[in-house]
Structures are given as structure tokens and as C-alpha cells.
Design a protein around this ligand. Structure first.
Ligand SMILES: O=P(O)(O)OC[C@H]1O[C@H](OP(=O)(O)OP(=O)(O)O)[C@H](O)[C@@H]1O
Ligand SMILES: Nc1ncnc2[nH]cnc12
Length: 172
């Protein structure tokens, strides 16, 4: 029977600042069956699109992307926040629901023509995923889809990445 992932998402009003309703995936991660089921859904989505690489933004994009890449037997490259990655990098800046940030990706992370799945825990305004996609494409990767556990529909992140296939397991 399909799992209702909603029961594993915790909600906190006014966190981390007034006016934000924070959706926390921690309870899902803490439940082995739910985490595995969520991973399986994303693995299926990636398999159908023949992904051969996964990229996810720091920090929660790692939690979603790593088990998927591992299950598929393909690589995962972390898109890290500023000043965390040594060597040659590409970078992209973006606005958040709360704040502004820059992500970086190793120049060698993605090869030209590689089919990349981009993962994160949550799609809000879409700034984070859009910045990650821009870096993958700058390196010549082909983004075959994006996958999230949670999507906050009011924030319209989906519109920002309308050219890409999107999987989200829970919508608010
Ligand atoms: O769609 P957006 O408006 O860009 O928001 C979604 C992003 O915000 C959160 O990350 P955050 O920057 O808080 O970093 P963290 O994962 O390190 O907590 C979340 O994990 C997503 O990456
Ligand atoms: N409302 C929210 N809950 C959890 N993570 C977020 N990242 C951006 N907005 C968020």
C-alpha cells in the first residue's frame, strides 16, 4: 500500500523567522520505512528518465540525493554553499524565502551530455533548485528532472522551473 508521506512532515509556525511556516522532513528521515519509500519513489522517477548522475544542494538536498544515487549505482555531487568547495568551481547566487545565498559546484562534477537528476528536500520559491540547475547546465549536463519530498505550492517554485519534469511527494 502507498505510504501517505504527509504524516511524516512536521510543521512549525514562525520558524526560522516570523511569517514562515517551516516544513520539516526530519520525522520522515527518522522512520526507516518512510525514508526508504520516499527514496524508492525518486529512484523510479530517475530510472524512467535514465539518470546517470545526481546533484543536490547543501544541506538537505544531500539527504534526498545520496540514497537515490547509491540505490541506482550512480554518482552524487554536492552543490555546496559559498567557501566550502576547494578547486575549480562554478557558482550561482539566488534569493531564498528567507535570505540570499550562493551555491558552488565542482567544475568536474558533471560531464558534457550527462543526464542529471537534481534533488532537494523542499521546493519553495525555486531559487535553490534553479541555481543548482544553472550550474549543472553551465557544465554541459542535461537536467532530466527534479525531485523533492515537499512542495510549497503557494510560493510558485514550480513556475521557475517549468521547463523541467518535477516530482514532489507532498504538496502544501
Ligand atoms: O525553493 P527555495 O525558496 O530556494 O527554498 C528551498 C530551499 O531552502 C532550504 O534550504 P536552506 O537554504 O534553508 O538550507 P539548508 O538545507 O542548509 O537548511 C531547503 O532545504 C531548500 O534547499
Ligand atoms: N517553509 C519552509 N520550510 C522548510 N524549508 C524551507 N526552505 C525554504 N522555505 C522553507
Amino acid at each position: 500500500m502507498a505510504i501517505d508521506f504527509t504524516q511524516y512532515i512536521a510543521s512549525y509556525e514562525n520558524y526560522p523567522e516570523p511569517g514562515v511556516l517551516f516544513r520539516d522532513i526530519s520525522p520522515l528521515l527518522e522512520n526507516g520505512d518512510a525514508y526508504k519509500a520516499a527514496t524508492n519513489e525518486i529512484v523510479k522517477f530517475a530510472r524512467e528518465r535514465d539518470a546517470d548522475m545526481v546533484v543536490g544542494p547543501e544541506a538537505r538536498g544531500f539527504i534526498v540525493g545520496c540514497p537515490v544515487a547509491n540505490e541506482l549505482g550512480i554518482g552524487f555531487s554536492p552543490a555546496r554553499k559559498q567557501d566550502k568547495l576547494p578547486g575549480e568551481i562554478v557558482s550561482a547566487s539566488y534569493d531564498l524565502e528567507y535570505g540570499q545565498a550562493t551555491l558552488c559546484l565542482r567544475k568536474d562534477a558533471v560531464k558534457k551530455g550527462q543526464k542529471v537528476l537534481v534533488t532537494d528536500d523542499l521546493l519553495a520559491t525555486g531559487g535553490t533548485i534553479d541555481a543548482t540547475i544553472r550550474m549543472v547546465e553551465e557544465l554541459g549536463g542535461i537536467v532530466i528532472g527534479t525531485a523533492f519530498i515537499v512542495e510549497l505550492e503557494d510560493l510558485k517554485g514550480r513556475d521557475k522551473i517549468a521547463d523541467y519534469d518535477i516530482l514532489s511527494l507532498v504538496k502544501y
